[in-house]
Design a binder for this molecule. Sequence first.
Ligand SMILES: Nc1nc2c(ncn2[C@@H]2O[C@H](COP(=O)(O)OP(=O)(O)OP(=O)(O)O)[C@@H](O)[C@H]2O)c(=O)[nH]1
Length: 348
Amino acid sequence: MRLIPRALCGAARAAWRESFPLGGHAVARWFPGHMAKGLKKMQSSLKLVDCIIEVHDARISFGGRNPLFQETLGLKPHLLVLNKMDLADLKERQKIIRHLEGEGLKNVIFTNCVKDENVKQIVPMVTELIGSSYRYHRGESLEYCIMVIGVPNVGKSSLINSLRRQHLRKAPFCPAGKATRVGGEPGITRAVMSRIQVCERPLMFLLDTPGVLAPRIESVETGLKLALCGTVLDHLVGEETLADYLLYTLNRHELFGYVQHYGLGEACDDIVSVLKRVAVKLGKTQKVKVLTGTGDVNVIQPNYPAAARDFLRTFRSGLLGPVMLDRDTLQSHPSAGAQGHRPAETDP
Ligand SMILES: Nc1nc2c(ncn2[C@@H]2O[C@H](COP(=O)(O)OP(=O)(O)OP(=O)(O)O)[C@@H](O)[C@H]2O)c(=O)[nH]1
């Protein structure tokens, strides 16, 4: 993504919103019945499990994880995999890790399961975690059984497929390494829990689980971040609301890739105006009947929902640049002030 000259965004800067109006949005209904079933099933399988791998989206490193996982599955050794690192702004990766350590999350790894980045480190980490913990009645068992959990669409199935590609190149039944279904929409893995081999030595099986959201998401804004990352179906939030939250976020983070991507000329904080120009640019218009004093007249209008869908899709594919949706939490962390004078920590 090319950076755009500051002059292009200067005009709109004064008008950027400081906050996003959250009133009127409900999040409770984002927890469908199959998720409650899934969580119950996961709890009942816990005795078969030696370690839990929790997958989450690296763009929301701190929010949106399901607190029920912690409460009900928290007794086992735990590894947090922050996936989709290719879409996340990780300039401050060390600060993120320190923040998570402060929350008691000591075992954290960033991955890209599409390109198999960092996935090789997982089996040794899990083996070490299990080796240094008490396995209760599973001490005799030579095989390791790992449960993969996480909210929907964060890449749980992709992680399993990636592990198989890394460790079972000659898997007899799955030459392409695909053991579990991957999808761009949340809710692909339903209540079924499949047991899938991912490694020969040590002999390791993973249980793929359905994505389970918290019955109550901590705040409406966290819900919007989850939705931006594709964790809840767009129509439950409303594509245009979501597109507006995306625009608000991009402008606040000074990520102006959308201006060039859609040839808008300058940044703007008004979603109606942006979607109108996106629709015209993409040729997405629709006929609408308007009742006038002399009868019905057909007028051509921009197709706002289609423009909103394109805006969201473009963002999710990474074309608008990497983003850290929990940037505010990171900046409000106590260590942020102490390091304020230091240059941003970049990863090796
Ligand atoms: N860019 C990027 N996309 C990824 C990565 N990992 C997974 N995806 C994509 O994210 C989408 C969801 O992946 P899944 O593996 O189906 O996610 P899941 O958590 O199993 O989904 P549910 O079954 O809904 O709970 C798919 O379109 C994947 O191709 C990653 O590291 N980077």
